[in-house]
Design a protein around this ligand. Structure first.
Ligand code: SF4
Ligand code: SF4
Ligand code: SF4
Length: 205
């Protein structure tokens, strides 16, 4: 099990990686009394605990935003960079040179992108989830978590989330995987503390 600090750090960290391609991002948080926290002018964020989430599909349909504020991301530090990615295709026995052309896509909107990193057709591959296409259905994250290295997971994008007082996904979630947790300043390791999530996320999608 990971604690709240760790899972929010992972979410923020992976989002930063996904958008900026850097590992220099982290989000610090600590549990705090709600009233005291708000009185200090600080903010909360809804976030998914990846250890509880089963990628049931409700994150796609239950968010008040259409498309959902939930997106899949792939943590490059955990991904095994496989020739065949379970989050990418379902016909995993296919010849490696036919994956791009004949691989049966897991993602209904073909948002899981595969790029050769090194070593030719049987080398290392980078996988990412295009946030402009992703609708948060969780099909790729489910397969990665059941068959792969568990590097893909769902997050609520802070720059897309409306910060509803009652998150409708949290109400619908059968696993109780969504929590409202303190959102603390972002430390970019250079001593600059930023609250603006667009610094991490780039332009909203
Ligand atoms: S509703 Fe809960 S279990 Fe289902 S995908 Fe969302 S966070 Fe995961
Ligand atoms: S399978 Fe679903 S969650 Fe994964 S990238 Fe595609 S739309 Fe997003
Ligand atoms: S707080 Fe609102 S906008 Fe954000 S994820 Fe939940 S339902 Fe969607």
């Amino acid at each position: 099990m990971i604690d709240r600090k760790e899972f929010f750090r992972r979410s923020g960290h992976a989002l930063g990686l996904a958008v900026l391609g850097t590992s220099a991002a982290r989000i610090l948080s600590k549990p705090s009394d709600d009233a005291e926290f708000i009185a200090q002018g600080r903010r909360f964020a809804w976030q998914i605990d990846p250890e509880k989430c089963t990628s049931c599909g409700l994150c796609k349909t239950s968010c008040v935003r259409k498309p959902s504020a939930v997106k899949a991301i792939n943590d490059p530090k955990k991904c095994s960079n496989c020739v065949v990615c379970y989050g990418h295709i379902t016909n995993s026995k296919i010849d490696s040179d036919k994956i791009d052309s004949e691989g049966e896509r897991v993602c209904p909107v073909d948002a899981v992108e595969r790029k050769n990193f090194s070593g030719g057709i049987d080398g290392l591959f980078l996988y990412s989830n295009n946030p402009k296409l992703c609708v948060g259905c969780g099909k790729c994250t489910k397969r990665c978590n059941e068959h792969g290295s568990k590097s893909m997971f769902l997050v609520i994008r802070p720059d897309l989330c409306l910060g509803c007082n009652e998150c409708t996904i949290a109400t619908a979630c059968p696993e109780g995987a969504i929590e409202r947790i303190p959102r603390e300043p972002v430390d970019d390791y250079r001593g600059d503390y930023l609250f603006d999530s667009t610094y991490y996320m780039g332009e909203g999608v």
